[in-house]
Design a protein around this ligand. Structure first.
Ligand SMILES: [Zn+2]
Length: 144
């Protein structure tokens, strides 16, 4: 399992901007990158996606499957991998919710969560679900 994920400042800015624009709904998107070593992943691209469940009363997210299929086609045969996805927590902390745990079907993907307080993006955190899917563990975010 990854210990840290390395972003550029522009990547973080792009996630925060998407989260602010989607507020009060949840924003979501996909993140590609490459393996630096067994503990570090480096982000290559942050790809915005439509949240196909944004209009539901209870706040949740689901990445538009069309965006994922298109992205997976683009990176096939390259060293670029789908390493993470992101979503926002409007007026809630950047920690995984119970709903997030229930929906963590892919233990290899890192979950990036951005908190949006009153329309302004604040904390960004990374988590990865444990193999037994009983809880998430924190992954360090590095920004260069
Ligand atoms: Zn969540």
């Amino acid at each position: 399992m990854a210990v840290s994920i390395q972003f550029t400042a522009e990547h973080i800015q792009s996630i925060k901007q998407d989260a602010e624009e989607a507020y009060p709904n949840e924003a979501c998107g996909l993140i590609t990158g490459r393996t630096i070593n067994s503990e570090v992943l480096e982000v290559i691209r942050v790809v915005k996606a439509q949240n196909i469940r944004a209009s539901e009363t209870i706040k949740r997210f689901e990445v538009d499957p069309g965006t994922r299929i298109k992205l997976e086609k683009e990176i096939r045969g390259t060293n670029e991998l789908l390493i993470a996805h992101y979503h926002s927590h409007p007026d809630n902390p950047a920690t995984p919710s119970n709903t997030d745990l229930i929906n963590a079907h892919e233990p290899e993907l890192i979950w990036i969560i951005v908190s949006v307080e009153g329309g302004k993006a604040s904390d960004v955190a990374a988590h990865q679900v444990l193999e037994d899917k009983t809880s998430f563990k924190k992954v360090s975010i590095l920004v260069k």
